[in-house]
Design a protein around this ligand. Structure first.
Ligand code: SAH
Length: 365
């Protein structure tokens, strides 16, 4: 049986069309399947009542619609919800829903752990185990939709951000079909600009994404100088700030009104001085961008501290005076360890990175 292990959640519309055509079926079966899976949140082939009995049986025998197991749901006092999803016997990842007045943002993970080793991030400190499959990525949206009662006439989730565990562009092959399903009208139907890919700066993949998917881009910058960024986001040694900003400019060229979101985690005494803010504004002056300041969220074992309230305010004022739309990300869900940089999931590390992270932190505090 050639399709014996195919989980249909791994396939975007083009992939499903190929599958059905290979089965000797009409291409439009892909659209019908997507309506069931993402519109009706129906994963039982026997319920696909516009499919012939033969086709339903055939699907049951050769394909699956398999979700990760929901291990835990935690709710914060502020309404933030975190789900822990078991993706295999030793690995679980986290997905977070952040409700606000006029929107609901779902923060999705792309890897079990991360290889990038950013000094201030809990995920990095945990090490890396493996990439998530497309199915495991899109299933996070599926499970959240199911748990929240989200559907076409009750759009509880309005935005998806690839800002959970992992570096989405390091798992490009699996992330791209998931981005397609998120934005497909027969998938979850999110508008292009409401699906954001956040990256620490894998430049060749930013260029690739620019060709393949019209999504919003966020850059985890965190420092205006290469020597400091090398220590906070070590992948900067490979793709420095200048190269990264060139890729950002290419990314939004020809996209009307688009802006790159610049994420900047504020760490006490490390990157939060007035001079850093001024240098950041100089750096971004030719890039249509908005600045999102994230007060550092501590995690077990980290040596950094959150910037003081007046340093955060001063940083924000400088950015605003220089004409940038600047927001300070509210810390959400920290009572359930669901805030930025706190997502760790549960998994077997195969890299033993945590000791290196602490060493780099020591150089900075
Ligand atoms: N790898 C991607 C996706 C992770 S996004 C990226 O780097 O963009 C998570 C966001 O939270 C990033 O901007 C990251 O830099 C930020 N972050 C990580 N750890 C943090 C912490 N401890 N406190 C505040 N923000 C953090």
């Amino acid at each position: 049986m050639k399709n014996a292990t195919i989980n249909l959640l791994n396939l975007d519309r083009a992939g499903l069309e190929r599958l059905f055509v290979d089965m000797g079926e009409q291409r439009f079966r892909a659209e019908q399947a997507m309506k069931w899976i993402y519109g009706d949140l129906e994963l039982d082939f026997s319920q696909f009542n516009n499919f012939s009995k033969v086709l339903r049986n055939n699907l049951t025998e050769t394909c699956t619609l398999k979700l990760p197991e929901l291990l835990n749901e935690s709710k914060s006092v502020d309404g933030t919800i975190k789900w822990l999803l078991k993706v295999d016997d030793v690995n679980a990842v986290e997905t977070v829903f952040i409700p606000e007045k006029n929107r609901g943002t779902l923060c999705v993970s792309s890897q079990v752990g991360c290889t990038l080793n950013c000094t201030f991030c809990a995920t990095g400190a945990q090490g890396f185990n493996r990439h998530l499959s497309t199915a495991e990525i899109i299933a996070q949206v599926w499970v959240a939709a199911k748990q929240l009662g989200h559907h076409k006439n009750n759009r509880v989730i309005t935005n998806v951000v690839m800002m959970g565990m992992g570096e989405p562009l390091a798992n490009y092959e699996n992330v791209l079909p998931a981005l397609n399903i998120m934005r497909d009208d027969l998938g979850f139907g999110f508008a292009n600009r409401r699906v954001t890919v956040s990256t620490a700066g894998l430049v060749p993949k930013i260029d690739q994404l620019n060709q393949d998917a019209d999504v919003a881009l966020a850059i985890s910058l965190h420092a205006p100088y290469d020597d400091l960024r090398n220590k906070l986001v070590p992948v900067n040694k490979k793709y420095n700030i200048e190269t990264l900003l060139r890729a950002c400019k290419d990314f939004i060229r020809d996209k009307r009104k688009a802006r790159i979101t610049i994420e900047y985690t504020l760490i006490d005494g490390v990157n939060d001085h007035k001079e850093h803010a001024l240098a950041l504004c100089r750096l971004l002056k030719d890039l249509p961008s908005k600045i999102n300041l994230i007060p550092f969220n501590p995690f077990p074992g980290s040596l950094f501290k959150q910037s003081k309230a007046d340093a955060i305010e001063q940083f924000k004022q400088i950015c605003m005076k220089n004409g940038f739309i600047t927001t300070v990300r509210k810390t959400r869900g920290d009572d359930i360890a669901a805030a930025c940089g706190q997502l760790a999931g549960e998994f077997m590390d195969r890299t033993r990175r945590s000791s290196q992270v602490n060493k780099l932190q020591l150089e900075l505090v």
